[in-house]
Design a protein around this ligand. Structure first.
Ligand SMILES: C[S@@+](CC[C@H](N)C(=O)[O-])C[C@H]1O[C@@H](n2cnc3c(N)ncnc32)[C@H](O)[C@@H]1O
Length: 274
């Protein structure tokens, strides 16, 4: 944290004369994927190996961080729902300070930075401050989870639309969502950050018209060691998740596509890495 403290204290003195301001260094916003380092994009892995300074989030796996060059600086700026080590405002200020001090930095986020990753807020702040940046996408947790456990997110017989929703309100608690739209038939619904609100979400979907026997799954630690997938229905999943003590990070997947999971999980061959 020394590096972070140094930079938080760093406020360049106003120049005596006014030479043109030096151009800020490049910020690279990188999606680290769902956890398995083999699911990083080639572009993300190359950027990570080249980076001399990385600001990383809570959900970036140690195996991904291990790709960083020896001697590169890393700063943890993670935010768990129960423990926000730095506020979003402070993270943005820190990024701006590094960039304006001329240090290129790589901002590493779990999954894809533009999907429930506040990458949009950070990109907005950089754009408004005139700091150059580029964005490298990552595989979102939903894609990693679905492929690993055997749930195709769309399927011509079962789901023609796919919706990603948050299970977490802006200020904590329940999110304000259009439950009628989420309860449409022939749709797959993936809920991020939905462990704490699972029972209420399932009840709301049923209240808005989805049958209580709609297949539903929860995938914990997708693509990471200890990955688990529990399947049930809108009626049974909350109790199952509670009894099995499912904890974040986990994703809820709801819709008829979940009925394919037993067959596809059984039939798909997982090849261990050589
Ligand atoms: C702040 S959101 C970040 C989402 C991320 N930007 C993405 O595209 O996957 C955090 C939530 O993503 C989901 N998540 C992230 N990684 C996961 C994983 N490996 N397994 C299951 N869920 C995961 C969980 O719902 C977690 O609470």
């Amino acid at each position: 944290m020394q590096l972070l403290d140094d930079l938080m204290l760093f406020t360049p003195p106003p120049p005596a004369s006014t030479p043109p301001a030096p151009r800020a260094a490049l910020v690279t916003l990188v999606g680290a994927g769902p956890g398995d380092p083999e699911l990083l994009t080639v572009k993300a892995a190359n950027a990570l190996r080249r980076a001399s300074l990385v600001l990383y989030d809570h959900l970036v796996s140690p195996a991904v961080l291990a790709l960083m060059a020896e001697g590169a600086d890393r700063v943890y700026v993670g935010k768990e729902s129960s423990n926000h080590s730095l506020s979003q405002k402070t993270i943005i200020e820190l990024m701006l300070r590094y960039a304006r001090a001329g240090r290129p930095l790589l901002r590493l986020k779990g999954g894809d930075g533009y999907i429930f990753g506040r990458g949009g807020e950070e990109a907005e702040a950089l754009a408004e401050a005139g700091v150059p940046f580029e964005v490298i996408p990552g595989l979102s947790a939903a894609q990693g989870a679905a492929a690993n456990v055997g749930i195709p997110l769309t399927h011509r017989d079962h789901a023609a639309t796919l919706v990603f929703a948050t299970g977490h309100g802006r200020e904590g608690g329940d999110p304000e969502l259009d439950w009628a739209a989420l309860a449409r038939p022939r749709q797959t619904l993936v809920i991020y950050m939905g462990v704490g609100t699972l029972a209420r979400s399932c009840a709301r979907l049923v209240a808005h018209g989805l049958p209580a026997d709609t297949p539903a799954a929860i995938v914990e630690r997708a693509t990471l060691p200890g990955e688990r997938c529990l399947t049930g229905t809108l009626a049974s999943l909350p109790e199952l998740a509670r009894a099995e003590q499912v904890k974040p990070p986990a994703l809820v997947i709801i819709g008829q596509v979940v009925s394919l999971q037993p067959l596809l999980a059984r039939a798909s061959a997982r090849h261990p890495a050589p």
